[in-house]
Design a protein around this ligand. Sequence first.
Ligand code: HEM
Ligand code: HEM
Length: 217
Amino acid sequence: MDLLELARGPLLMWSLIILVVGVAWRLLGILMLRRKPDYSEARSGATLWGGVRTIFTRMWPRKEFQARTAYGTALGYVFHFGLAIVVFLFVPHILFIKDLTGLSWGGLPSGVIYATGVVTMIALIAALIRRLTHPVLKLLSNFDDYFSWFVTAAPVVTGLLAVAHLGARYETLLGLHILSVELLFIWFPFGKLMHAILFAVSRATTGALLERKGAAT
Ligand code: HEM
Ligand code: HEM
């Protein structure tokens, strides 16, 4: 079995199983955490609304922090949207998702995807440089931050190399591309990439608690 067959076959299956079981395990663990009873009198009963609202209001920094955080926020938005466009609107990716789930939709022209891939990669590199040079962020960063960056950037780099036919045979590059995606799938449940799901859980919890206290969110 060559690299590409291995990557497309058993490794893909196992990485998807680890992704799904790992995410379910972490979510169950968090949802089953015991909560301390709160004996205080609720100032508001609209905790559900407070939770849902905070999922959205936290998508943008508060006015007081906007100027200071603008660069980091802009980089974050560029690479997250870039990743979403490349992953969900590139025709070969849509075909892959269709094989897996039966669902499909229209894609963008390949040239647009390659340009988006390059912009995404530049924003990811800028975010890494910011992390390595920012006096506070540098101190706060650990293995999870750097490894999560690496597994996010690797599929973008290998995808771009594959379509540019740069560095090796196309089949080898494609094999490496798929392997890098599998590494992302496997790491996803265990590190901070879980924020892609947990952001909603944590913001909703914060929002509901603040609403109960009658505090502005
Ligand atoms: C600009 C960036 C990217 C480019 C140019 C690119 C390009 C490609 C190409 C040409 C294929 C081959 C399709 C085929 O021949 O069957 C492919 C497959 C794939 N890519 Fe990407 N890709 C990029 C980024 C990503 C990212 C960020 C992810 C996920 C995090 C990803 C996930 C996949 C998957 C799952 C496949 C399917 C493998 C299969 O056919 O079995 N790609 N990509
Ligand atoms: C709806 C889903 C997602 C939301 C709401 C979200 C939100 C965020 C936020 C708020 C940050 C902090 C940005 C900052 O420092 O300014 C962040 C960082 C990050 N996200 Fe996401 N994210 C999502 C999905 C994903 C996915 C699917 C991936 C990759 C597969 C990803 C990769 C990253 C990485 C690598 C960072 C850290 C960048 C750095 O080194 O500073 N995110 N995300």
